[in-house]
Every structure is written in structure tokens, then in C-alpha cells.
Design a protein around this ligand. Sequence first.
Ligand code: ASP
Length: 304
Amino acid sequence: MVHGGAGALDNVSDDKTAVRYLESIRNTLEHGREILRLGGSALQAVEACASLLEDDPVFNAGCGSVLNEDGKVEMDAAIMDGRDLSAGAVAGVSNIANPVQLARLVMSESEHVLLIAEGAMRFADHCGMQHVPEHYFYTPDRVEQLKQARLRHKVMLDHDDTEADSEDQKYGTIGAIARDPQGNLAAATSTGGVVNKRMGRVGDSPIVGAGVYADNETCAVSATGYGEDFMRTVISKTISDFMFMQGLPAVEATAAGIEYLTRKVGGRGGVIVIDKDGSCASGFTTKKMIHGWIEHGGETVVRF
Ligand code: ASP
């Protein structure tokens, strides 16, 4: 399963851009299918799929990341392996084309789970990861979006559903989750965060249990939406706990998680979930969430 962010997008069927998002989601899913078909692991599949989405400027991750209050890009990403709960994450990084790959290196090449800002960049250098220049990230859309957010003195989701945005709402943050034929689960989430965020703000995406979670005994989860809501409800781990404690399958556990998110904090956003048996589910409290799935090797489905 992959997602490209939750939020609002009216008149989806009339929106050429929307079709463009759906195509990107579909191609990414097909890429993931091929990796698994060739014997790749769930972990390899989610890293590759998340990287592809980071490379697509329409999404709020990697090269399409939104801008913070200083007009700068600060990205967060995480990856988790359900086999042994190993995880790697980075927060507040810039000049890196694929933060999810840096997160994977934190997982495999360091004894830590989360590295931030300068320290994460130093680690990227240590691993020989190439820097990309600032202009790699700046699209005219992102500059305009920041201008609008500043005018409204607002911090916004990439695809916030305010009236003023309804013409050009964009989907955002990306996530990929997978189960391989061996039954291993993995999850990855990557984001530029929310538009006009304070410098140094870290969202849910790199926080294990909030924006990302994978445990072979329960499920793989990736979240998108207002990170503050997801951190306070530890939403990804909460969904996993519904499975672990109550034995709920994907659809029921996801519904229970969304109910909890709504009831406790009025949370705005959504999740994609694959359970240990390979069943897929999604849930969101926003108008829409762009996402797609291939369940048990079946057909590719993409949805808003
Ligand atoms: N969850 C992300 C964050 O709060 C934003 C998003 O999903 O669009 O940083």
C-alpha cells in the first residue's frame, strides 16, 4: 500500500493534476509489486516505493517538500522493519534527495533510531550520501503556497481544506507499507512536514509509533495528516495494539484507531494499514486521502 497524503481535493475527477497523482501512486505500486515478485523483502519494497514518491515533485516529500516559516525545506522520514522492530529515522534534514534512504542507513549503519538536523547531515556525509543543492527543492508552487500560508498566518497541511485553497489543493506526505510472501512487514513515511511550520518543528512521520510502525505480529502502518494529532495519540502503535490486544483484523483495527483519533483529539488525517495476514485497510478523517493497494497480489487499486 502507498499513500500520497490526506486532505481535501474537490472535483477530483475534473482535475488533471489529480490524475497525475493517481498515476504516480499506481506506478509506485507496480514497482513495489515487481520488487516482491523478484524476491525482494518488504523492507526493500517500502524503501524503493518511498524513494520513488520522494522523487516526484507533486508530493510533499523529497524534492516536492513544503517550506517552513523561513522558506526552507526541513524533511522528516522513517523506516521500520517488522521482523525485529528495528527502525531508523531522520528529522529536520535538508539537501538530501531521499531522506527515507538516510533513515534506512540510520537503521542499518548506526546504533541509533533517530538522528536530527546537523547530526543527521553529518551522518549522511559519513555514509557518503550526496548533497543536492537548495534549488532542487524549490518549485514555484511551494513558494506560492508558503506566501498564502503566511498571509493567513497559518500552519497548513500541504493539502489543507480551507476555502481559499480549494482551487489548488495538493496532496502531500508519502508513505509505503508492505508484506512480503515470507510474512514480513515493513513501513516507511517521508515528509516535508506542514507548510509554514516553525523552524525545528518535527512531526509524526519520523516518530516510531506515531507516523510509522511495523511489527510482524500485528501490522504495518503509515500515517499522514497533522502530525501533532498523531503524536498525541501514538496512532500507528495504537492501531497495532488494537490488533495485538483484541485480535482485530486490519479493517476493524483501523476503524478503531480512527475512532480513537477523532474522539480524543479531533485528529485530522489518515492511515494505511496491512495486517499480518496481508489484508489491507485505510481510514481518514479528512475529505480525502490519496492512496492505493495491491491486496494478496491482486489488482492494483488507486483511490482518493
Ligand atoms: N504528517 C505530516 C507532518 O505533520 C504532514 C502530512 O502528513 O502531510 O509533518
